[in-house]
Design a protein. Sequence first.
Length: 173
Amino acid sequence: MTGGESSARSGNRGPETAPDLDPELFEEIRRIFADRIPFNHLIGLELTCFTSERASFRFEMRDDLVGNYVRRTLHGGVISATLDATCGMAALLGSLQRKDRTAEQKLALFGRLGTIDLRVDFLRPGMGRYFEATGWALRAGKSVAVTRSELRNDEGRLIAVGTGTYTVTAPPA
């Protein structure tokens, strides 16, 4: 869902999900992301897509997210935090695809997921009414996942990209 598309804007159907994803596991992951990570709530991140291939989040521009008050652009820290959350969810997604993990191990990954490295490239000022970040796993191994994400504004313009490396070590069975 790049280029400004979003299932959230097409009728409040809720997030797009993969048909092969366990609905209970998805709901628990969605709840953890929305309810147990206060910073995501502070930014206003709303999960719009969680499939076997990508994760997307959307948030509205607000006065308290402004970084440059003259140009009224999105704060670079908000951009970085959004790309980190998106890449982290993409790392989790990649790990959920592994067949050598039980459902309990997959859910436990959320508590063990951690950022090793995040590179953010700011491509243009963050101007827009709302923004959408989309991320996907480039590779998800047994202990490390490498991901990529993009942040676009309401016009579909690419604002920033991120590449992240995450720990995804499952707890013992």
